[in-house]
Structures are given as C-alpha cells and as structure tokens.
Design a protein around this ligand. Structure first.
Ligand code: GDP
Ligand code: IMO
Ligand code: MG
Length: 433
C-alpha cells in the first residue's frame, strides 16, 4: 500500500483565523488530528449545537468519536492548563485520555516559565511583544538551550529533582531581574498554589499514552490512515518569517509540521491556508491595513474580535493581499479557506490592499518589520453585499457582490477557495465553494 500523506491546516494571517472550527468540520474525513507547534497561547474555538468550546493544547478533532488526537513533539504543554481542558471536556462527556496520544518529546511549560515570560515582558516596557504570557518564549528558549523538561521525563524517578533544578535556575534569573517572587501570581492565584495544581496535572498526564509519536504517525501513514495537522497561531507570527520580534517562538508555517511531528517533507499533502475575509492581530507589531476608526470598531464588534485565550480586544483591518501572497509562497498553500465574511454583511463598500508603497515607491516582496510599520497600503474598493450570508449553504445562493469579492481574491492569489465559513457554527459552512 502506498504511504498516505498528511494534510495541513494553517492560519495564514496573524492567528485566530478560525482554525479550530475548520479542523472540527474536516475531522470526519481523517483518522488522526495532530498539533505540531505552539502551546496554550493558542485558543481554538469550536461551536456546535448550543455549546462553545475553546481548546488551547488539545487538538480540535477531540469531539469526534473514533479519531486519534496527537500532541506532537513540537508542542508545549502546561500541565495545569492541559488538565483544565480535560476537565472541561469531561463535563461534555469526553474522556480525553481515551482519544489522545502525546509525544514523549513534547516540552513542558513550568510555572516559573510563566513568571519569566511576565518579567521579560515587563522589562520590555513600551516595546513589549504583547505575549499571551503563557510561558511560550521562555519554554522554547530552554528547549533550544538544551535544559528543558520533556513529557518523557515525568515517568522517570529523577523527575522531581530535575524539575527543582530548573525551577531554581529560573528563580535565580527572576531575582536578577528584581522580580518580586513572593508576591507573584499566576492566573489569579499565588504562584506556589499554581505550582501545586501543576504538579497534580503532571500526575494526571501520567495516565495518558505518552509515546514516540513519530513512529506512530509513520505506521499510520503506511497503513493508509488519513492525517490532518492542525497549526496554531498564524504565518505572520512565525519566529523566522513573521514581523520579528513581534512574533511567537515557533515555526508556524508548513515546514513546522515536519519538525513538530517528525515526518519527512515528502509526507506533506494538501496545505489549506485559512484566512479571514478581513484581518485581525492581537498584541504589538506592524499591521499595515489596520483601521483605527469606526469601521475597525464595527469589525471588532460584529466579529466578536476578543481573544479566545486572553480576552484582549483584537486589532482589525482590511484584507491584505501583499501579506497573503507572502504567506502563500512560504507555505506552498494548495487551497484557500475563507472565514468570517458574514462579519462584513451590510457594509456599503469593502476594501482590499493590493500592494504597498513606501517613500513613494511600490514595495516588492514583503517588507521587514521597520518598513512594514511605515508602508502605505494601496486599496481597491468594491461594493459591499447588503444581504446577510450566514444562512447560505451553496456558493450559487450567495449575493453577487460577495461572489465578486471571492473571485477577486481567487484571481489575485491564483488559488481556489475550497470552503467558505459564514458563521461560527459547524453547520455554517459552504464546502466545495
Ligand atoms: P483559531 O485560533 O484560528 O481557532 O480562531 P479563534 O477561535 O481564536 O477565533 C475565531 C473566532 O471566530 C471564534 O470566536 C469562532 O467561533 C469565530 N468564527 C469562526 N468562523 C466564523 C465565521 O465564519 N463567522 C463568524 N462570524 N465567526 C466565526
Ligand atoms: P491561535 O492558535 C493570535 C500572539 C500574541 C503576541 C505574540 C507572541 O489561537 O491563532 P506568545 O504568547 O506566543 O509569546 O505571543 O503572538 N499570539 C497569538 N495571536 N492567535 C494566537 O493563537 C496567538 N498565539 C500567540 O498575541 O502578539
Ligand atoms: Mg485563536
């Protein structure tokens, strides 16, 4: 039997494109759903029936019986947050440990990684990244500095000793920063209380199947099983290709799948690029098409653009084609999925940035961070669609103005839009648009 390929779902803007919803919608077509990077900085929302779930570390295929959800080696796990997720799933009647496998090489976020994240952000002052402060930066730093703790360590007798040694190292650093350790809190509780709950989480994690998932995935591909890789964050937050330093600390692009799951480049199949019909960004950094006006406010209100992880208001703006072309190139996107166009229902007109100008000249390629702060987008304006689109289930039934918007994007990217999401619910989706 020929080895099957891994399809990939990637956010191709600044995150929060709606990856969770689409992974949940596509999950019935796959056998295995695998996260390959990021950690609890992600917030993936899934809505069906009368319920809304937000997942941070657990893959978005968890609601489907008979599917295996894998947390790959590239993911970071905070034992406390992870167990809050499993508790919420238990309330919904799902025993996560029966549907999951976790890589023995996935790294742990310690409570002191979270304190370090907070201390480092505070030291940056006005130049802060706007991190979710979930410990992502410090935990990936320890991974590459070769002093992190991995899931496999929790089964060894020396785990507590290793934990304490790394914690002491972190406390030393925090002291050097003048951080008030005794007064420190995490998620509204004294940090030592958080540490106790984290340790309880480690105990719960010991009940999960922790294996070398690279072998499991290789076997699954040989058996012809279908695998979907679920990205977190977005390509413009990638540690290399995003607006550095206003990025996250992992490879959020298609190549992150290989290193985050232990699969070869030849294993990658379709690459689905998910984008909103407009743009949002949460945290600091350049955002060329940002709208600091009433239209921006309307997008925020109608799109409920408040973070699924931190509750922070998301910045909003028009669709940005130069940014999209850049991320399509880096990821080798094969198909597009468009989200949240319903948020623009009723707009008299809509705009799209076709190119950027800088110092009076057209910009080629994609600008670096400093230039991206100064570029002026060149917009094209199109008529809006007056009729609401949320109840549409076929492409043909959509208003003509909206179809023109879609066709304009297809023309300018050279890619088909395979799905159009017209609302947050599973059902509010036009498949094979
Ligand atoms: P993710 O991080 O990419 O999974 O996205 P988030 O869950 O952080 O943010 C997407 C938000 O938009 C969530 O609140 C979803 O319920 C919601 N959403 C997803 N698709 C649509 C859509 O097509 N229309 C509307 N109005 N909301 C959507
Ligand atoms: P999902 O998977 C949107 C942003 C933060 C900050 C920067 C660095 O839900 O799309 P970090 O906590 O990683 O140190 O933050 O990245 N960020 C996200 N923005 N969606 C996310 O995840 C994000 N994860 C991190 O706001 O600007
Ligand atoms: Mg999100």
């Amino acid at each position: 039997m020929q080895k099957s390929k891994i399809d990939v779902i990637l956010g191709i803007q600044w995150g929060d494109e709606g990856k969770g919803k689409i992974v949940d919608v596509l999950a019935p077509r796959y056998d295995i759903i695998a996260r390959f990077q990021g950690g609890p900085n992600a917030g993936h929302t899934i809505k069906f029936g009368n319920t809304t779930h937000v997942l941070h570390t657990i893959p978005s295929g968890i609601f489907h019986e008979g599917k295996v959800n894998v947390i790959g080696n590239g993911v970071l796990i905070d034992a406390r947050i992870f167990c809050q997720e499993t508790a919420a799933l238990r309330q919904a009647g799902i025993e996560a440990c029966k549907r999951m496998k976790i890589s023995d090489k996935a790294h742990l976020i310690l409570p002191t990684h979270r304190l370090l994240d907070a201390a480092l952000e505070a030291r940056k002052g006005a130049k802060k990244i706007g991190s979710t402060v979930k410990g992502i930066g410090p935990a990936y730093t320890d991974k590459t500095a070769r002093c992190g703790l991995r899931m496999g360590d929790i089964f060894h007798p020396g785990f507590e000793k290793k934990y304490n040694a790394l914690k002491e190292e972190h406390l030393l650093q925090l002291k050097q920063y003048g951080f008030d350790i005794d007064a420190a809190a995490i998620d509204g509780m004294p940090w030592r209380e958080y540490e106790d709950k984290w340790m309880q989480g480690i105990e719960e994690l010991r009940g999960f199947e922790v294996i070398s998932t690279e072998f499991y995935l290789d076997r699954a591909m040989r058996e012809g099983k279908k695998i979907l890789a679920e990205g977190a964050q977005g390509s413009l937050l990638d540690v290399d290709f995003g607006s550095y330093p206003f990025v996250t600390s992992s490879s959020t692009t298609a190549s992150g799948v290989c290193v985050g799951l232990g699969v070869p480049p030849s294993a990658i199949g379709r690459v689905y690029g998910i984008f909103k019909a407009y743009c949002t960004r949460v945290g600091s950094g350049p955002f060329p098409t940002e709208l600091n006006n009433e239209t921006g406010e309307e997008l925020r209100k109608k799109g409920h653009e408040f973070g699924a992880t931190t509750g922070r208001a998301r910045r909003t703006g028009w669709l940005d084609l130069p940014a999209l072309r850049y991320t399509l190139m880096i990821n080798g996107v094969t198909d597009l999925i468009m989200m949240k166009a319903d948020v623009m229902d009723g707009f008299e007109s809509v705009q799209v940035a076709e190119s950027y100008r800088l110092d009076g000249k057209q910009v080629d390629g994609y600008p670096d961070t400093e230039a991206a702060e100064r570029v002026e987008p060149v917009y094209v304006q199109m008529p809006g669609w007056r009729k609401p689109i949320s109840s549409a289930r076929t492409y043909d039934s959509l208003p003509q103005e909206f179809k023109s918007y879609v066709e304009y994007i297809v023309r300018n990217t050279g890619l088909d839009i395979k799905m159009i999401s017209v609302g947050p619910d599973r059902e509010e989706t036009i498949v094979n648009a």
